[in-house]
Design a protein around this ligand. Sequence first.
Ligand SMILES: NC(=O)c1ccc[n+]([C@@H]2O[C@H](COP(=O)([O-])OP(=O)(O)OC[C@H]3O[C@@H](n4cnc5c(N)ncnc54)[C@H](OP(=O)(O)O)[C@@H]3O)[C@@H](O)[C@H]2O)c1
Length: 262
Amino acid sequence: MEIGPGSTAIVSGATHGIGRATARALAGRGAAVGLIARNRGEVEALAEELPRAVALPADVADPAATQEAVEGFVVKAGQLDLLVANAGLAHTAPFTELEPDKAEEMVQVNFIGTLNQIRAGLPRMLDRGRGHIVIVSSAAALRGFPWTAVYGATKAAQKTFAEALRHELSGTGVSLSTVMPGSVTTDLHSHERGRMPDWWRRGEKIGPEQVAEAIVDAVAHDRREVHVPKSVRLLGLNSLAPAAVDRLLALLRGGSAAPRRY
Ligand SMILES: NC(=O)c1ccc[n+]([C@@H]2O[C@H](COP(=O)([O-])OP(=O)(O)OC[C@H]3O[C@@H](n4cnc5c(N)ncnc54)[C@H](OP(=O)(O)O)[C@@H]3O)[C@@H](O)[C@H]2O)c1
């Protein structure tokens, strides 16, 4: 599906990082964009800045609020062509030190929030026989990294869910792409930057605009899975040869990426 003037899209997590860059990229192509995030002031400020944007302050972990946001957008914009389920957060720590409420928050926002958004938006697309969903997962879905056990699990849950749903949507006119970014320069870890593990510090980082362009490209070409940068795809080898991937990561990212050898 080409995005252009007349297109309608909702982006969650729209006020920072990947979501903001995506909202800008879509608005720049003439789309009307609904902006979901929790901080009302930031949502409204971005809606002022982008042409034809609609502020939809909501918490994606709240199914009723998410439904209301999506319905509110459809009333204003007339329809929903594209839903970018991007809202997410991270708490990085050894599992034994991760507070249970922080682990549960990641599950609620990153995974259940994805389901809430799709439950709210997909019926509208199926009724019209047209639409596209993008799920922003992560490289962390392909290989578990120390200190991100729960975060990575939420991203793997999104990936597996997306794989199955893409097949289920065959023949409906609605499609779905999964986007797996590597490390991106955003605010995801701003609250914990001082305690991030060594492997994270040593990695290559890309800008959020690169991910936004990959999202637009995935929609235009109905791509199944997109890795940004392309090297992220190598992590998929983990399911076939985990020891080799451990060795490679230890070389590239240092021992903290793969402290256990067997
Ligand atoms: N940055 C990376 O290295 C990286 C790599 C791979 C994948 N990702 C994924 O990319 C997505 C976006 O992350 P980012 O790096 O752009 O993070 P970010 O800069 O921290 O932005 C996160 C956005 O999500 C919103 N948000 C958080 N919790 C929300 C909730 N419960 N309901 C609605 N909106 C919520 C935030 O606004 P409010 O706080 O106002 O709600 C903000 O707009 C996430 O799913 C993340 O897992 C990021």
